[in-house]
Design a protein around this ligand. Sequence first.
Ligand SMILES: *[C@@H]1O[C@H](CO)[C@@H](O)[C@H](O)[C@H]1NC(C)=O
Ligand SMILES: *[C@@H]1O[C@H](CO)[C@@H](O)[C@H](O)[C@H]1NC(C)=O
Ligand SMILES: *[C@@H]1O[C@H](CO)[C@@H](O)[C@H](O)[C@H]1NC(C)=O
Ligand SMILES: *[C@@H]1O[C@H](CO)[C@@H](O)[C@H](O)[C@H]1NC(C)=O
Length: 253
Amino acid sequence: MTVERATTYHNFLKSWVEGLTVHHPHTLNHAKRPNVHVVFHIYDFLLLFGPVISWWCFPFERIIGFLQKINTANHIGGELEGTLTKSFLRGANLRRWLRRSDCPEIIKQFKAIFDRAFAPQSERAGTSPPLVRDSNHAHYMFNGTNFSCALMHLGNSLVLYYPSTSASEPIAGSIEKIISRGDKTSFIIRCQAPLPTGQFDPFLRYYPYFPAQTYSTKMQNTTDTVHPSMILSHGARFEFSEDRAVVLNLSRS
Ligand SMILES: *[C@@H]1O[C@H](CO)[C@@H](O)[C@H](O)[C@H]1NC(C)=O
Ligand SMILES: *[C@@H]1O[C@H](CO)[C@@H](O)[C@H](O)[C@H]1NC(C)=O
Ligand SMILES: *[C@@H]1O[C@H](CO)[C@@H](O)[C@H](O)[C@H]1NC(C)=O
Ligand SMILES: *[C@@H]1O[C@H](CO)[C@@H](O)[C@H](O)[C@H]1NC(C)=O
């Protein structure tokens, strides 16, 4: 997180709030919402705690979901919950230590043993094995990420990819086929047609802070055949008008 990014967040938010009564005049008659006030404080938290991904509530939501699924055979009332909460906090403290530059050597040494016992999910998932007979995959795991053909799961088929090794910019597309020949796997991707010249991309002014780009809603007539490593990330696509679709870069790096 940089001061510049946090300030940009603040400015975008301000222009959104200012635009609200202009574009949706009925909001003038509403009581002021506390949410609109509260989101401005995210600016302070960005500066204090860094990117939201480090302090958002998803991990806690996840642990609540995990706790609710535990079969306790009605043994509720304190002890079990206490034990679970303590283990969770111990785990969090350990991870916090491991991220610190002054992490004691002994904790680092234990991490090596721990990693061998409990490999991270992405490493466990790894890459799908080749098929016994040459054929097509409906979905394929590459380096911990699950890709699907459009017919199987449209969302998992939307990607940003480099159409060739010489391409400098990734483009958006949808995986049509995943072909397995011997131990070689290739993705056949139909790319999203570019925005026709002269059409307006309303997301351009937020780039690169909000890494979304507008394309045509149409697909190209040609496909690219690429190695899975040419895929940068999944993308999310939303058709916001008859002829324009926005594609958001979902890269985790
Ligand atoms: C797989 O992912 C890891 C960690 O994200 C990365 O370091 C590595 O280069 C990736 N391997 C390939 C073949 O893309
Ligand atoms: C990958 O996605 C497909 C389609 O959504 C699903 O059926 C499959 O179980 C997923 N594979 C893994 C390993 O998550
Ligand atoms: C694809 O081909 C059809 C007919 O050949 C044409 O009408 C259409 O405009 C083409 N689409 C794109 C995106 O080039
Ligand atoms: C996609 O997002 C990642 C992480 O935000 C960034 O590093 C990368 O440059 C972006 N690529 C494009 C084409 O927007």
